[in-house]
Design a binder for this molecule. Structure first.
Ligand code: FER
Length: 304
C-alpha cells in the first residue's frame, strides 16, 4: 500500500528539520554519529559540481618543483593551560623580508596536526599550485582543533568531552594561536590575508567560528561539514553584513556522504538570503578524496 501523500510530506519535513539541528557536544555519541552518517541523501537540482575534480597528480610530488618547508610550531594556550603544537607549512623561498597571508586548516573528529598531511597533502598541493602560478604563496597552519589539556583523539572520539574541546578551540585559535603565529612568522595581519578552512568537524568549526568573526577571517572553506555546524540562521544572523565582509565562502560535500544535509542546509539558507558563496557537490563520500580535491579548488581562490 502506498503511504498517504500527507504522511510522506510530514516524514520528509521531519527529516529536513532534524537534519538542520546542530548536534550539541553533550548529545554526541557513536550511535548518533552512525545515524547521522546513515541519513537519507536527497539531492536537489543545484546540488551539483561547481568545479571539475582536481587534475591528476595534483597532490603528487613533481620533479623540478621547489618544495616548501614543514615545521613543528609550539604556542602557550590560556584555554588549555598547556603548550600546544601545530604543523606549519612555509612556502618555497619563504623569507622574513616578505609578508605572507595565512590559511588555518582544521582537521576532523579523529584527527590531529597530522591528519591533513595524510588526507590532502596541503604542502604538495600548494608547492604545485605555486609553481604553476595558480596560488598565492601562503603559510598554512595545521593546529590541533581539540582544545583540551590532553588533546589526543581519545578511544571514543564522539565522547561529549572531546566534542566540547572542539567548541573550545574558538578562543584558543583567536586569542592564542593566531597571535603566536603572527609573532613568529612574517605575516600580514589583516582579515583579507587570513583564511579559515577545515574538513568535517573542522568544516563545522570553520563555519561556527569564521562566520562569527568576519572581522578576523575574510576567506572561509568548509568541506563535508559535520553535525557540530550551528543552524544556518545562527551562523548568519545578518546576511547583509556577511555579504559585505566575505571575500569567499566555499562549501563542498560528497554526494555519497550522509552528513551532506548539514551543508545543504547552510547552502540553501545562504541562497535564500542572497549571500554569495560557492557550493561544490562532488561524487565522493566522507573521505580524503573530496578533501584533497576541494582544498586544491579552494586554495587557488584565496588571497587574490
Ligand atoms: C557526528 C558524526 C560525525 C558528529 C561528528 C562527526 C558531532 C564528525 C566526523 C568527522 O569529523 O569526520 O554525529 O557529531
Amino acid at each position: 500500500m502506498k503511504p498517504h501523500p500527507l504522511t510522506t510530506l510530514t516524514f520528509t519535513l521531519a527529516i529536513a528539520l532534524a537534519a538542520r539541528a546542530q548536534e550539541k557536544p553533550a548529545d554526541t555519541s557513536p550511535e548518533r554519529a552512525r545515524a547521522n552518517f546513515a541519513r537519507a541523501i536527497v539531492l536537489a537540482s543545484d546540488d551539483v559540481r561547481a568545479f571539475p575534480e582536481a587534475p591528476a597528480g595534483f597532490k603528487a610530488v613533481r620533479a623540478g618543483v621547489p618544495a616548501g618547508k614543514l615545521e613543528l610550531f609550539e604556542y602557550d594556550s590560556g584555554v588549555t593551560g598547556t603548550r600546544r603544537k601545530a604543523n606549519v607549512y612555509l612556502p618555497p623561498g619563504y623569507s622574513p623580508e616578505k609578508k605572507y597571508p595565512v590559511l588555518y586548516l582544521l582537521h576532523g573528529i579523529g584527527g590531529d596536526i597530522t591528519e591533513w598531511l595524510k588526507a590532502g597533502s596541503p604542502n604538495v598541493v600548494l608547492d604545485n599550485l605555486i609553481a604553476d602560478g595558480k596560488a598565492v604563496p601562503m603559510i598554512i597552519v595545521l593546529p590541533n582543533g581539540r582544545a583540551l589539556p590532553d588533546d589526543r583523539p581519545g578511544p571514543n572520539v564522539f565522547a561529549p568531552e572531546q566534542q566540547a574541546g572542539f567548541a573550545r578551540f574558538e578562543r584558543d585559535l583567536l586569542d592564542f594561536l593566531i597571535p603566536a603565529v603572527q609573532a613568529k612568522y612574517s605575516t600580514f595581519t589583516d582579515r583579507e590575508h587570513r583564511a579559515l578552512a577545515g574538513l568535517s568537524m573542522g568544516g563545522g568549526q570553520t563555519l561556527n567560528f569564521g562566520l562569527a568573526h568576519l572581522d578576523t577571517f575574510a576567506w572561509l572553506g568548509a568541506f563535508s561539514s559535520a553535525p557540530n555546524t550551528k543552524p544556518p540562521a545562527e551562523l548568519v544572523p545578518d546576511p547583509v553584513a556577511a555579504r559585505a565582509q566575505l571575500k569567499l565562502l566555499y562549501l563542498s560535500c560528497g554526494n555519497k556522504d550522509g552528513l551532506i544535509n548539514f551543508s545543504q542546509g547552510v547552502h540553501r539558507y545562504l541562497k535564500e538570503h542572497d549571500v554569495p558563496h560557492l557550493w561544490n557537490v562532488d561524487e565522493h563520500g566522507h573521505d580524503g578524496a573530496t578533501w584533497g580535491s576541494n582544498l586544491y579548488i579552494f586554495s587557488r581562490r584565496i588571497f587574490r
